[in-house]
Ligand binder design. Structure first.
Ligand code: PEP
Length: 251
């Protein structure tokens, strides 16, 4: 029996946003008020904007997260950011293993797992992304691929509070394409089963987000599927109205 979990709608701004974007973020904060207690909202801006956004969101229904972290807490890693630095800047969570990082930086499941554990070390919630390529779905390998990614990328220990899993079919990201509700439901049920086997009762409390071309127009269909506990939103999170239009499903 699925537990009733408070949904999370997280926006991944990717490499978009300058100081002037504070106005758009302010609209998210203002518009989120009616959802307080019904859904958690989070924006993951570029790291440069975390301190300002976290300060302006304080006391609201919106939190701020990072988009990646290094596995180590400090050291000679030019250009990287430690999970501790994100926490220090005001983030409460960090996305790890996004398919763009797996593709652009060759991140492996083992590295993603180390990053998730680093997030926990720093007191952050790890949002671990998994998802199949189009060729893998066509070859009916989706569940095998997701199973391998979960096995390799998830931390050893986790709770419903410090782990979120995002199912993001790579072919659905930024393309306007989405899997059928039945396909989403199948993968989310599979992820839930894996989480329960791995973490026991806590595995039933880990939120599983769907990500990949979520828009206000399809949010009602995608976000009400069993074991879909919210969304990870890319493009549509850049416009406050669209992001809030998605979260309104839970209003
Ligand atoms: C993402 O990159 O995490 C994502 C879901 O992007 P989009 O919503 O633009 O497909």
């Amino acid at each position: 029996m699925a537990e009733k979990l408070r949904p999370l709608v997280a926006g991944n701004w990717k490499m978009n946003g300058l100081a002037a974007s504070a106005a758009e973020f302010g609209k998210v904060v203002a518009g989120a008020a009616p959802l307080a207690g019904k859904a958690d909202l989070m924006i993951c801006p570029p790291a440069t904007l975390i301190p300002a956004f976290a300060a302006s969101a304080r006391g609201s229904a919106v939190t701020v997260g990072g988009q990646d972290c290094h596995a180590k807490a400090s050291g000679a890693h030019t250009g990287d950011l430690a999970a501790e630095m994100l926490a220090d800047a005001g983030a409460v969570a960090v996305i790890v293993g996004h398919s763009e990082r797996r593709a652009d930086h060759g991140e492996t499941d083992a590295q993603v797992r180390d990053k998730a554990q680093a997030a926990h070390r720093a007191g952050l919630t790890a949002i671990v992304c998994v998802g199949e390529q189009r060729s893998e779905r066509e070859a009916r390998e989706t569940l095998a691929v997701i199973g391998r990614q979960l096995e390799g990328s998830l931390p050893d220990a986790a709770t419903g509070a410090n782990l979120v899993v995002a199912y993001e079919p790579v072919w659905a990201i930024g393309t306007g394409l989405t899997p059928t509700p039945a396909d989403v439901g199948e993968v989310h049920a599979f992820i839930r089963q894996h989480l329960r086997q791995r973490y026991g009762a806590e595995g039933g409390r880990v939120r599983i987000l769907y990500g990949g071309s979520v828009k206000p127009a399809n949010a009602g269909e995608l976000l009400t599927i069993a074991d879909v506990n919210g969304a990870l939103v890319g493009g549509a999170s850049l416009k406050a109205d669209d992001f809030l239009g998605i979260a309104a499903v839970y209003g």
